[in-house]
Each structure stands twice: as C-alpha cells, then as structure tokens.
Design a protein around this ligand. Structure first.
Ligand code: SF4
Ligand code: SF4
Ligand code: SF4
Length: 313
C-alpha cells in the first residue's frame, strides 16, 4: 500500500461537524459538556479545544471577504500525521508509531505510560490525555489514530465517510496533493488569491493535505511549524540506546536536567525494568517489579558493553 492522506478542502466545508460526531461515534468517545468559548461575543465553535474526549474539531473564524462582507473560514483541528512524526520519536514506550502500510501516525494506548513527552514534541499541540482503568487511575494518550482499524478493513476514516459535501476525501497521498493543487488553481481563478495547499512540505510533509481558501492563518493553521531541537537529539540518541537500555535512562535524565523541551521534568520511566526514576538524581523512586531491588545505576552498568549481562554478550 502506498502512503495515504486525508484531504480537506475548506472551500467545500459547511461546518456541519458531522466529522466530529463520526469520530466520537466510531471511537466511542463521549461528548464534551462545556460552554462554548466566548460568552461575551459568542462563538459557533464547540468545543473550543481538543481534549481527552475530542480528537477532531471544526474551528470557526471570521475573515474579511471584501465586497462579500465577513466570511467564515472553517478549519480542521486534529493530528496532521507528520511523515517524521516527532511524537513517535519522543515516545519511550512505543505507544505512538507509524502505520507502515499508510504512513499515518497511530496509537496503541495500552502501551502509553502517561509521560506526555509527545505533547511537548508535537508542533501542532495535538496529543491530549484521558483517564482510563476501572478507577480512572491511568492517564493515556488520546489523539487521531487515522482510523487505521477502518482502513485495514478497506474503509475510509470515519470523519471522511460522513462528510456530505466531500470536503474530506481519503486516498493516495500523491493523488491528494495533485487534487489540492488543482482546487487551489480553481479558487485563485475565482479571486481567492491567498488560497494555498498545506501539508505537502510542512515539517517534512504531512498526511493531511489541506486546501486553505483564505490562506494559512485564516483557517487556524500554523505558518512554518517547527520541531523542537530536543526531538533531533532524541533521534541521535535512539541508536545509542541499542547499546543498553540504561543509556536511554541517562540520556533522558540528562535532557530533563537541561530542561530542554519537556513539560514534565520530574521523573522518567524505564519500560524494560518498569522503574520510575527521579530525573535529577537518577534514583529509582518506584520499582515497577517487586523483585527488582537493583538501583538504576546498577541497571545502567549491567547493560553496558563488556559488563556482565550487557547486550554484546
Ligand atoms: S463533515 Fe465535512 S462539511 Fe461537515 S464539518 Fe466536517 S469537513 Fe466540514
Ligand atoms: S481519522 Fe478517525 S480518529 Fe482521526 S479524526 Fe477522523 S474519525 Fe477521528
Ligand atoms: S501532528 Fe503532532 S500528534 Fe500528529 S503526527 Fe505530528 S507530531 Fe504527532
């Protein structure tokens, strides 16, 4: 299967929000119960932001439409499915990963350890978290999965399937880019000079390809999104971690100590030993395995090459 993409044409969107509802229905997520964002001026956007229950929303903003007066500029706020997904790079537990057949960035929330590194890495501020478990005791990621479970059954994503004016489509990424370029030319021919394709090259290429009728900012998208340098550092360190799991712990602790890019700078989690480690002192603050009495330092040294139990044996 070649790389796939979701296509979104803002000039066809009627803001019916069927896509929001379809996403919640397919993924069995509850509706948010909240006032809309701006009680003094009013807003038709609801909810106002992504959340642990909301993976996609249709944003509303007003745009000067020249002789046509004020026009609505609708937007799609959801995961952009980056080709070089920083969230997947930063995830220490393999809970976010690329779906090999499509290039979409999907999730296995059963692996999520709730560290929230992904939310700091995402240039689009997408990942959110929700409580799970019988007592709500575990916090796990919630973001668009690309509906890869549907795609594997030969179906389109739920949001795409429900869109009546065909503002949303799903297909080969190359074809979606070509379609978007054609559509932008049509819009420019009608006098929408700021119309632009978004997603072909941003952050190394996205798997959501958009036609933005009034320009990037008008539809709530980010001009020239950037990835944190922490992500590049982690990319360099990941091969080094093949030498030993302990090096990962040291690296993460070092990044925490430097305070580069992370929101939570208190503890790191070692998925192999299941230990929770104080990032500043390197001490184990919680042993995941009751039988495990070794300190993190001992774990690190036992995994170094040439040491007993090291990976080169
Ligand atoms: S279902 Fe289609 S028309 Fe309705 S809000 Fe979503 S993208 Fe727009
Ligand atoms: S692709 Fe699926 S999970 Fe993602 S926004 Fe659409 S319906 Fe929701
Ligand atoms: S938009 Fe954010 S959450 Fe989605 S793939 Fe890119 S970095 Fe990950």
């Amino acid at each position: 299967m070649s790389d796939k993409a979701i296509f979104f044409d803002t000039s066809r969107c009627t803001a019916c929000r069927g896509c929001q509802v379809a996403c919640k229905t397919w993924n069995e997520l509850p509706s948010s119960i909240e006032l809309n964002g701006n009680p003094s001026t009013g807003s038709y956007q609801s909810p106002m932001d992504l959340s642990g229950d909301t993976r996609i929303l249709v944003s509303f903003s007003e745009e000067a439409g020249g002789s046509k007066g004020v026009m609505w500029a609708f937007g799609r706020r959801s995961c952009q499915h980056c080709t070089d997904a920083p969230c997947a790079t930063m995830c220490p537990a393999g809970a976010i990963f690329k779906h090999e057949e499509t290039g979409l960035v999907t999730v296995d929330d059963s692996k999520c350890v709730g560290c929230q590194y992904c939310s700091t890495a995402c240039p689009f501020d997408v990942p959110r978290y929700r409580a799970t478990g019988p007592l709500g005791q575990k916090t796990v990621i919630n973001k668009c999965t690309g509906c890869v479970d549907r795609i594997e059954q030969g179906r389109a994503p739920a949001c795409v399937s429900t869109c009546q004016p065909e503002a949303l489509k799903f297909g080969d990424r190359d074809e979606m880019i070509a379609l978007a370029k054609e559509r932008v030319e049509v819009l420019k021919g009608r006098g929408y000079d700021n119309a632009v394709v978004y997603g072909e090259n941003e952050v190394g290429g996205l798997h959501v390809i958009q036609v933005l009728k009034y320009g990037v900012a008008a539809h709530g998208q980010i001009e020239d999104p950037q990835v944190s340098p922490t992500v590049a550092l982690t990319q360099i360190m990941k091969p080094i971690t093949a030498v030993g799991t302990g090096v990962t712990v040291v690296g993460l602790a070092a990044m925490f100590a430097l305070g580069i890019g992370y929101k939570r700078n208190k503890v790191v989690y070692n998925a192999d030993t299941k230990d929770t480690i104080d990032a500043e002192t390197g001490q184990v603050v919680k042993h995941g395995d009751g039988q495990d009495t070794e300190s993190v330092k001992e774990h690190i040294f036992e995994n170094l090459p040439g040491k007993k139990g090291g990976n080169d044996e």
